[in-house]
Design a protein around this ligand. Structure first.
Ligand SMILES: Cc1ncc(C[n+]2csc(CCOP(=O)(O)OP(=O)(O)O)c2C)c(N)n1
Length: 584
């Protein structure tokens, strides 16, 4: 066996696992790893300005290409700065590995400089957190980490490397070392048959496709099954693009925040739900009694402990989404001829047609609805969108049209403000030929503002569309739900009493990017076109800052049947003859 520095072996393992970008910032306790990385011809390192940014960039990279993202930091505060990113990946089932440096083994119990027990801190927000105590274990622990990150329900792993272990040498032959297998869980044939029977017995079945469908690249299988049995498909927020927005069986997203009204109506009329790779998140279900109703539920998930976690389904199936959907189709083909569209699909189409909301507002300050109309018209079907949390994300979820899987990337469960700039950086590096657009709020942008400098330095171009309402829109909206007067004061306070707040255009320019501010609706489209062109030409991030109304109200509620409309007449298209008359 050849003998080599253990960190050289680690770099070879990263290369063979498909890693071509890592995001991090060095410190004394991780220098041997950086020394080895310098010799790699295949891996490019981007020096971030904050380790949280490294985790979000690795996360975005992984979401866009389906591989395992890698973030690196030194000991002590570098690792603690990564916790939010680990939690975000755990929440959304994203495979990522964080590598942290650590003080030497001999001083770990002596309160040494920057020696913190990062493994214990990270444990609740990772699938596996481990410190490598023996150099000879290093290749095996790294191989296992990639396997753990990818197998079953994907998620993050943290590997902590004491400095003296990083300096050791081991026997390692890259020629005979390869990734450990990651088998996909196949479904039970008996359960699949039962599921098909339930779907065939139902009069108004619906498929709820969750993020697991995207993660297992199962969109084709999903669409094929839906078309064969003529079942409408409702993608969750995490599965937007699993079926194209303009597919005849597209039924919109169910929920109490990022929903379409027609999707909730369709769901409420359904009698049998096939949920695949979905975890029944609370922003999706709202009040469970209404969500469940008298419907029967079939729950397919790759992780057995997910089944029954939120409520007891009528049938559970443990399987990878892709294999389950393929098997459901195979069994359906055995049991019944291909179905034609019928009254249920006609009803779905009618609800989709009539329950539309207005977006053609000309008001100044600009209404968010209008911003999303411009976004939908300006960007093509191949655009990859990235968004985090805030009222802007909720409007995005309600209005944006998405056509392809892995083209709507949202940190749905954890929702850390500041995610977008770094995530856009990772996404663009994973998909260099595609246009990447971050939809951001002014506060979310300000959370990780410094990461614009990273994208500008490494010439990573993307477009940011900001809805600047100079306050914490989502927090102010809470006042409407909970009757909390102080939420208004707090949210307005956040703007510093200023009408325009921070000058984000100047911020972009200071960081090496570009920007333009827009105050009138008719100027949005030219500004977006300018931003796309400028980002392509200059290879840096470009911002379109859109000044929106400060008191925008999104349609939200607590239950899928009580979405409150604060501006009902204004927000809905006037449908001749009334909604229900036309919907029949
Ligand atoms: C790290 C973090 N801190 C706090 C929050 C709580 N939070 C959710 S939305 C929001 C307001 C965001 O403001 P902005 O980005 O301007 O978007 P808006 O809601 O105004 O559209 C806050 C503070 C969060 N999600 N993440």
């Amino acid at each position: 066996m050849p003998r080599m520095k253990v960190m050289d072996a680690v770099v070879k393992i990263l290369e063979s696992e498909g890693v071509d970008h890592v995001f991090g910032i060095p410190g004394a306790a991780i220098l041997p790893f950086y020394d080895a990385l310098r010799n790699s011809s295949r891996i490019r390192h981007l020096t971030v300005r904050h380790e949280e940014g490294a985790t979000h960039a690795a996360d975005g990279w992984a979401r866009a290409n389906g591989r395992v993202g890698v973030a690196v930091g030194t000991s002590g505060p570098a690792g603690t700065n990564m916790i939010t990113g680990l939690y975000t990946c755990q929440a959304d089932s994203i495979p990522m590995i964080c590598i942290t440096g650590q003080a030497q083994r001999a001083v770990l119990h002596k309160e040494a400089f920057q020696a913190v027990d990062i493994v214990d801190i990270a444990r609740p927000v990772t699938k596996w957190a481990v410190q490598v105590k023996e150099a000879a274990q290093m290749p095996w622990i790294f191989r296992r980490a990639f396997q753990v990150a990818r197998e079953g329900r994907p998620g993050p792993v943290l590997i902590d490397l004491p400095l003296d272990v990083q300096l050791a040498e081991i026997e390692y032959d890259p020629a005979i070392d390869e990734p450990l297998p990651v088998p996909r869980a196949a479904p039970s044939r008996k359960r699949i048959r039962r599921a098909v029977e339930m779907l065939m017995d139902a009069e108004r079945p619906i498929i709820v496709a969750g993020g697991g469908v995207i993660l297992s690249d199962a969109s084709e299988e999903l669409t094929a099954l839906a078309e064969y049995l003529q079942i409408p498909v409702s993608p969750t927020l995490m599965a937007r693009g699993a079926i194209p927005h303009d597919h005849p069986l597209f039924a919109g997203t169910v929920g109490i925040q990022t929903q379409q009204k027609y999707a909730n109506e369709i769901f409420l009329e359904s009698d049998c739900v096939l949920a695949v790779g979905a975890r029944f998140g609370d922003r999706h279900t709202g009040a469970l009694d209404v969500y469940r109703g008298a419907r029967t539920f079939i729950h397919v998930d790759v992780e057995p402990t997910q089944i029954g976690k939120v409520f007891e389904p009528d049938l559970g199936i443990v399987a990878d989404a892709k294999l389950a959907l393929a098997e459901l189709l195979a069994v359906a083909c055995d049991m019944t001829p291909r179905r034609e569209p019928g009254p249920w699909t006609a009803r779905v189409a009618a609800l989709r047609r009539v329950l539309r909301r207005r977006t053609d507002f000309d008001a100044v300050p600009i209404k968010p609805h209008r911003v999303f109309r411009e976004i939908d018209e300006a960007f093509g079907r191949d655009t990859i969108f990235v968004t985090a949390i805030g009222l802007y994300q909720i409007f995005s979820g309600q209005f944006q049209k998405i056509y392809k899987p892995r083209h709507y990337l949202v940190c749905g469960q954890a929702g850390p403000l500041g995610w977008e700039v770094s995530a856009c950086t990772g996404v663009k590096l994973a998909k260099p030929d595609q246009l990447v657009v971050g939809v951001v709020g002014d506060y979310s942008f300000q959370f990780m503002i410094e990461e614009v400098a990273v994208a500008a330095q490494y010439r990573v171009p993307f477009v940011l569309v900001m809805l600047n309402n100079v306050n914490l829109g989502l927090i102010r909206q809470a006042e409407l739900r909970y009757d909390m007067e102080y939420a208004i004061d707090l949210a307005y306070d956040a703007g510093g009493g200023d009408e325009t707040g921070v000058d984000h255009v100047k911020v972009m320019e200071a960081m090496g990017g570009h920007g333009r501010r827009v105050t009138r609706p008719e100027d949005i489209r030219p500004a977006i076109d300018w931003a796309v062109k400028t980002s392509e030409e200059t290879r840096v991030p470009v911002l379109v800052e859109i000044m929106t109304e400060r008191r925008a109200n999104a349609a939200m509620g607590t239950s899928i049947d009580n979405i409150r409309e604060f501006e009902p007449m204004e927000q809905h298209e006037a449908i001749e003859g009334g909604v229900m008359a036309n919907a029949g």
